[in-house]
Design a protein around this ligand. Sequence first.
Ligand SMILES: [Zn+2]
Ligand SMILES: [Zn+2]
Length: 354
Amino acid sequence: MTTYTSYDLVEFGKPLVARQRPMPEPAGTQVLLRVRRSGVCHSDLHIAEGFFDLGEEGKLRMEDRGMVLPLALGHEILGEVIAAGPEAGDAPIGETMLVHPWIGCGDCRACNEGCENECTRMRALGVFRDGGYATHVLVDHPKFLIDVEGLDLDTVPPYSCSGVTVYNALKKVGQLHEGEWLAVMGAGGLGLNAVGIARAIGYERIVSVDIDERKLQAAAEMGADAVLNGGRDDALEELRRITGNQLLGVVDTVGAPSTSRLAIHALIKMGRYIVVGLYGGDLKMPLPWLPQKYLTIRGSYVGSCRDLRELIALVKTGKVKEIPVSSRPLSEVSQTLDDLKAGKITGRVVLTTE
Ligand SMILES: [Zn+2]
Ligand SMILES: [Zn+2]
């Protein structure tokens, strides 16, 4: 029997375990990919721990959301298509494609309109079904594969999660007027991508906020006009000074009480606060500010396959500066998650099978 190697989460809160599994046969419209690269995303830490911190509401447990172990995590997947089911049409056998992992139920209003990230019964790869921390992965349909020909294999995988997440969030910020500022909270994988993509789509005044000077340095190299250490006692005054009190948009890639507090206080009238980070905790603010400051507070979750195609088309123009990526063998996935948790990683680690 042919087998493949899968680095499975067997128990929440425990290291991943390398297991041999029988090689799957693609059925129906499915395609089988040989994984070539797999990005390591911060949300895998929460998933591996088994919960999200809902502040005063307690914890959101992954098992209550329908996650069943053992499971291969990993949702930033680039692989070579090696086999296709009988109904997969003309699947691009032999080609290396980026996977859109945010797959929905396939049978609801959101899914039928191609907004699968809005589906309430998501079956995302690497979250509810086996993902890319393995040598092979099954994908439901060739329509979830995106051609990345000509792009660097090491830098492409993060676009399918951190890239598309911030791209979608920036769409929700919308256009700013001359002189108005965008702040990006956090300068991890998401935050750096946000700076690079915001720059590529025309944002002119971008300030990056983080508590780690090395990450702020990386944000400056990605094109941020200003950086701010959010841990400073006078961070709020400093943010107002940097932006000339013209902060109109915030993309929060952290989503912590501290970043939300800074954002809500620094945004001026008509400000838009878009949260994509899942750090956890509670949002507290004076309610009258919503009407008085005419604030928009909005969440955004990953992106649709259409968003990802648009983003990859933008990347192909060469306008998006690539985030720093370091490469490690797939077998080091568990150690990499530990390093990510310890804050030791700048940019992204992309695992390779080659
Ligand atoms: Zn992710
Ligand atoms: Zn659906």
